[in-house]
Design a protein around this ligand. Sequence first.
Ligand SMILES: [Zn+2]
Length: 366
Amino acid sequence: MRATNPGFVPDSPFQRRLTPEWLEFFETFPKAELHCHLLGTIRKETFEDLVRESNAPVTQAEIDEFFTRGEKPVGVLRIFRALEAHILTKPAMLKRITLEHLEAAASHGVRYIELFWNWTGLKHAMSYEAAQSAIVEGLREGEGRYGIVGRLVPAVDREALPEDAVELVEAMCAHREPEVIGLGIDYRETNHEPENFWKAFFMAKQAGFHITLHAGEFGEHWRNVETSMDLLGAERIDHGYTITDNPELMRRACDRGMTFAVVPTNSYYLRTFTDDEWAERHPIRAMKAAGLKLFPNSDDPTMHHVNIAESWRIMFEYLGFSLADLREMLEASIESAWVSDEEKARWRELWLPEFDALAAKLPALD
Ligand SMILES: [Zn+2]
């Protein structure tokens, strides 16, 4: 029985049974979301509108399939490629998606969000400057309307050439906006090693942008995490699961206070573990046991059929995290946000007591 969760998490003997007060708690406490891809936030109705508006060669059956998350989910990258190739033809579309997600995220308690977006696959349709302005406009309007602060992190498309990544960083520098604060990297990690993009990361760092990388996802080697940390200047790692194959690297990551923006609904582990294994053997458990700083994120919420409140809930409901652990993760997410120290101090003063007050009202669980 998939009692309370949407259809993405398997039945598990490790599931805790939550009361409605607990479900409400996860929706309500203040959160920072630091690992979320703009294209992974599109609502299905919006997707349909955009296909119509751009007259894209995408059928309703394909859209239905894109938004169906199966028992053994496949990744979402093919959907992003369809969006880039045929559907996202106007900058205003990016503004719409941004605004809609800020509204959704705010409704799940998010106060601050950093959104990844890729320009490389879109450059046949729009300039960097036009695309970025549209998203930034969305962030500004969203803050006014929904009270949520949004920042933008352009990401390297690692399936494209290193020279495309350099071009991206040059565009970031040429069209600098205060909301644009760092550089990430995403798309298929397999056979697309992070060191190929050293020049783009070096240039971004030199220009004062923050750095994060997707690494150690899809079961790829821990050396991609090490390269990101030691060569490319990562301040955070997105995913990072295969670091658990290297205890010495985990120790070094702990010593450096490296944080990991993990995704409990990551499709690779849902696909490769059996239902019985998933909650018990998920590497997030080993990361925590090793003392790594981490916090949950939604990644591609509409396509993973998960919202950020549910991402937090899964950590508690399935992956063995306690209420005290949740509080620690909230602190880690604040610490990892790319905002000023004053802002972080303010959030700690406001958010942690809010979390504590809500937690104090929770009924005991069986
Ligand atoms: Zn991601």
